[in-house]
Ligand binder design. Structure first.
Ligand SMILES: [Mg+2]
Ligand SMILES: [Zn+2]
Length: 227
């Protein structure tokens, strides 16, 4: 396994930088970094990851999204990341519209067929990080884990990097009643870290899709939840 490479395939809009409401980053004034992105990429880099950007840019090169507008933003973003030592070993862009039925649009793996032929990818540790369901489908299509940046209070860069780099040990307890199923997931490493502060944290996930999540902090002395 020594000569396999850990790759992080990273989406651009909504993941590295915010995606505007019109879903097109065609002016520098629309460029704004996602929270926590730099510390997260530093940790991934330290953990030996190489970065590959993979992005769908609908209609790039057409009148609705001229090449120059894209290029100005893309060059700025790449320079910004490079100034902090974050570089992308490859960049894959799908310029098509969904209706074009091309093969290079995520979630299809079309773009990276050659890449995967040339790189001995560490499939166990390589990851896809993006903000859409199609990013997760793309991960599935190339057979590696996918992580989704949530747009509001959900999973963020620091959560994702913690999962990817620290690989926290987890323990699951599931309780079923007639009406509901509650699953409590205890992050054992986080609990250990917090125990010195006399509190324990439980990540609670609910529902068939595990989408509803809360963090419950319990004071170990009183046994009561902390507000
Ligand atoms: Mg995106
Ligand atoms: Zn395409």
């Amino acid at each position: 396994m020594a000569d396999t490479e850990k790759i992080a395939f990273i989406d651009r809009d909504g993941t590295l930088i915010w995606e505007p409401l019109d879903e097109q980053v065609d002016q520098l004034s629309k460029v704004s970094l996602m929270p926590g992105v730099f510390p997260a990429l530093f940790r991934l880099r330290e953990a030996g990851y190489q970065f590959v950007m993979i992005t769908n840019q609908d209609g790039l090169g057409t009148d609705s999204f001229p090449e120059e507008e894209f290029r100005r933003v893309q060059d700025f973003v790449l320079e910004l990341f490079a100034s902090q030592g974050i570089t992308f070993r490859d960049i894959f862009i799908c310029p098509h519209f969904k209706n074009d039925r091309c093969k290079c649009r995520k979630p299809l793996p079309g773009h990276i067929g050659n890449f995967l032929d040339q790189v001995a990818m560490d499939r166990e540790n390589s990851v896809v990080i993006g903000d859409r369901e199609t990013d997760l489908e793309f991960a599935q299509n190339i057979g590696i884990p996918g992580y989704r940046i949530a747009d509001s209070d959900g999973q963020r860069w620091d959560d994702i990097v913690r999962e990817v780099v620290d690989k926290p040990r987890r323990s699951n307890v599931t309780r079923k009643t007639r009406e509901t199923e509650i699953s409590v997931q205890v992050d054992l490493d986080r609990e250990t870290r917090l125990r010195s502060q006399r509190v324990s944290a439980f990540l609670i996930t609910c529902g068939a899709d595990r989408q509803a999540r809360w963090i419950l902090i319990v004071d170990l002395v009183s046994g009561r939840p902390r507000s």
